[in-house]
Design a protein around this ligand. Structure first.
Ligand code: G3P
Ligand code: MG
Length: 241
């Protein structure tokens, strides 16, 4: 079962910062997950929330600030003084960290709240620039965005995100078309997702921080999961198998 470091190694480092990605890049895990938004000046930046309030010493929406304005804020000290001065990374800076590694890189398009016109094209340009197309997975709760991505590049791996299971999930996914399913721990227990696993659809689950849950997922035949604790999960699965 594959382990993905959720927002980088976010249990020990401030989420979605270069510190968290550098730490994840050192681990022998399958991959890493990150979230992207678009700035006022159309730069793709890596951050989870629409606002910078929770993870920086600044305030406001990412969409209302330029990259230069965002760079003035500290995205590390909310987590610990040790990380004071961490900046918000661009997608390009994170991709650079994985260029010479073999990790899969799951880019989650956070366009489910605000419409970020052109985000798919900009993300694809960066991925192509780094030659990472065969290691990238594009996911989103915004299924229109991933459908557009699938149209722009039919070869890139596409995974819709579901917080809840839906009726007829497999036929629905073929309309995108999706290569994999990314679902919550609650959704994976429901019949439509279990049927997707049985049908051979790759299923990955978020966010798994308890080893008992990882054990249940492995018994269900899940392909992978996202965790804030990649090292702990690595050791657990190693012992179990
Ligand atoms: O991509 C899996 C997971 O990251 C989705 O939820 O809110 O942590 O981005 P969230
Ligand atoms: Mg995410």
């Amino acid at each position: 079962m594959e382990i993905f470091a959720h927002r980088g190694y976010s249990a020990k480092y401030p989420e979605n910062t270069l510190a968290a990605f550098k730490a994840a890049a050192k681990l022998p895990i399958a991959g890493v997950e990150l979230d992207v938004h678009l700035t006022k000046d159309q730069q793709v930046v890596v951050i989870h929330d629409e606002k910078i309030n929770r993870t920086s010493n600044g305030k406001g929406f990412v969409k209302d600030l330029t990259l230069q304005e965002l760079r003035k804020f500290d995205f590390g000290s909310w987590f610990s003084d040790e990380f004071r001065g961490e900046k918000i990374p661009t997608l390009a800076e994170v991709l650079e960290e994985f260029k010479y590694k073999d990790h899969k890189i799951n880019i989650e398009l956070k366009s489910n709240i605000f419409v970020y016109a052109g985000l798919e094209e900009l993300v694809l340009q960066e991925v192509e620039k780094f030659g990472l197309k065969d290691r990238v997975i594009i996911s989103s709760f915004d299924h229109e965005a991933i459908k557009r991505m699938a149209e722009l590049d039919p070869d890139i791996e596409i995974a819709p995100l579901f917080s809840h299971s839906i009726f007829n999930i497999v036929p629905y996914c073929s309309t995108i078309p999706a290569d994999a399913l990314h679902v919550s721990y609650y959704a994976v227990m429901r019949r439509p997702v279990l049927e997707a696993i049985q049908a051979g659809m790759p299923v990955r689950v978020y966010t798994i921080n308890k080893t008992e849950q990882a054990e249940i997922l492995q018994n269900l035949g899940v392909d992978g999961f996202f965790t804030d604790h990649p090292e702990e999960m690595m050791k657990f699965l190693y012992k179990r198998n």
